[in-house]
Design a protein around this ligand. Structure first.
Ligand code: ADP
Length: 164
């Protein structure tokens, strides 16, 4: 039987509890979810591609049906090369919906055989975004419960130096 494989792509700078929730719920729907970490290009990331991959591997490396990879270029091309039938996306609010519906339309136009599957975020994660989380850490706030403890430690190392 053909395995149902979905791609969950993003910059994940860094991965949050909201991202993890989507991956884990996706793994219940699909035989395999590939977390596809966007390679750093012109965009300024706090974590390098290798670091973002390493974080994901520590977070989900042992979970059944979840794999971690990197990608660059068109997402639909990557999805096709991976033999995926779906692209998995998370939705937080209407702003996400607005952006995502245009993106989904474009991806469907490029590659009609790939379905775009949306999961609504759990309400407790609806306000989480990687960029806000970085800002909170820089300003000395706690992001406990927003990112896994490992991610919080790494964020502090990067953004606040070695100070506790
Ligand atoms: P990018 O902004 O580069 O597309 P992100 O790393 O911010 O990537 O997000 C990747 C995917 O995760 C997107 O589908 C996004 O909507 C979704 N996402 C981001 N934050 C959350 C969250 N808190 N809950 C659920 N889904 C989320």
């Amino acid at each position: 039987m053909r395995r149902r494989r979905a791609i969950y792509a993003g910059s994940f700078d860094p991965p949050t509890e909201g991202h993890l929730n989507i991956v884990r719920r996706g793994a219940k729907i699909f035989d395999e979810v590939i977390v596809a970490v966007a390679e750093s290009t012109s965009k300024k990331y706090v974590f390098t591609t290798a670091e973002r991959v390493a974080l994901w591997k520590k977070l989900v490396g042992k979970e059944r049906g979840v794999k971690v990879a990197t990608f660059s270029g068109l997402l639909v091309n990557f999805a096709q090369r991976q033999g995926a039938t779906a692209i998995l996306r998370g939705l937080r609010n209407l702003t996400d919906f607005d952006y995502e519906s245009t993106m989904a339309g474009m991806n469907r136009a490029l590659s009609p055989q790939i379905e775009i599957v949306f999961l609504l975020t759990e309400p407790q994660y609806a306000h989480l975004s990687s960029s806000l989380i970085k800002e909170i850490v820089v300003l000395g706030g706690s992001v406990k419960g927003m990112v896994p403890p490992l991610v919080e430690r790494e964020l502090r190392k990067k953004l606040v130096g070695s100070r506790k």
